[in-house]
Design a protein around this ligand. Structure first.
Ligand SMILES: [Fe+2]
Length: 228
């Protein structure tokens, strides 16, 4: 019997948190108000994101304080999945923002290179609204260049797309789901087919070590930093 040994998989952690009804209402209202400001993303069909429109610090906004406290558990669980000693790390929300997607809106593929971990929470997620796609243009099993490109898949050469033979995997999170993944992973939001508004909250998180002695590759605690 042949065996399949899957080496170096990407893990997207999925969990959920449940805000109180009044809490959700307050956060939805806050992001609706923020979205009235549109400095960037003025072209139709481009999803509004708070970070590009002056609202990139929701973690310091009292209206979101209870929600950010709820993220502690999923983040700890994520570290545990990877067998990381959470007591030696501090996770810092460095940037966080609302996103608002109306019918036809999308974002193109991007990653958050300035960050270590990305967390996305689905505050308002109609059942028929867009999910999120993860991309890897050089997936480990792709033995010929672009063999797993969507255009090749469309030709029928790859008979059935699976997580083992594709450059793109689409997930369909539900309202209140939390996704956590490495920030360097390319992702995009497909065009929103829903006539109802979809709101998510995205967070950039940086990890530092409480004691950096003997650790060359991780950031020391910011309390020891000095502004140049
Ligand atoms: Fe993103």
């Amino acid at each position: 019997m042949p065996k399949l040994l899957h080496l170096f998989p990407l893990t997207v952690f999925q969990s959920s948190v449940t805000p109180e009804p009044d809490e959700r209402q307050q956060m939805v209202q806050a992001i609706m108000e923020m979205s009235q400001t549109r400095i960037a993303q003025k072209k139709p069909g481009i999803m509004w994101t708070g970070d590009l429109n002056g609202y990139g610090l929701l973690h310091n906004d009292p209206r979101f304080a209870r929600l950010f406290a709820r993220f502690t558990q999923p983040l700890q669980d994520y570290l545990q999945v990877l067998s990381i000693d959470a007591s030696r790390l501090k996770l810092h929300f460095t940037r966080s923002w609302g996103t608002m997607s109306r019918q036809g809106d999308s974002t193109q593929a991007h990653s958050h290179m300035q960050s270590h971990l990305s967390l996305v929470y689905y505050l308002l997620k109609p059942a028929d609204s867009s999910g999120i796609s993860f991309l890897n243009k050089t997936p480990p099993n792709q033995f010929a260049p672009n063999l797993f490109h969507p255009a090749v898949a469309g030709s029928g050469l790859v008979r059935e797309p699976t997580p083992f033979n594709t450059q793109k995997v689409n997930l369909e999170p539900q309202q209140d789901d939390v996704l956590i993944f490495p920030s360097n992973v390319l992702h995009e939001i497909p065009q929103n087919p829903s006539g109802s508004t979809r709101i998510s909250i995205a967070c950039d998180i940086v990890a530092t070590v409480t004691d950096s002695s003997g650790l060359e590759y991780l950031l020391p605690d910011p309390a020891s930093w000095k502004t140049a």
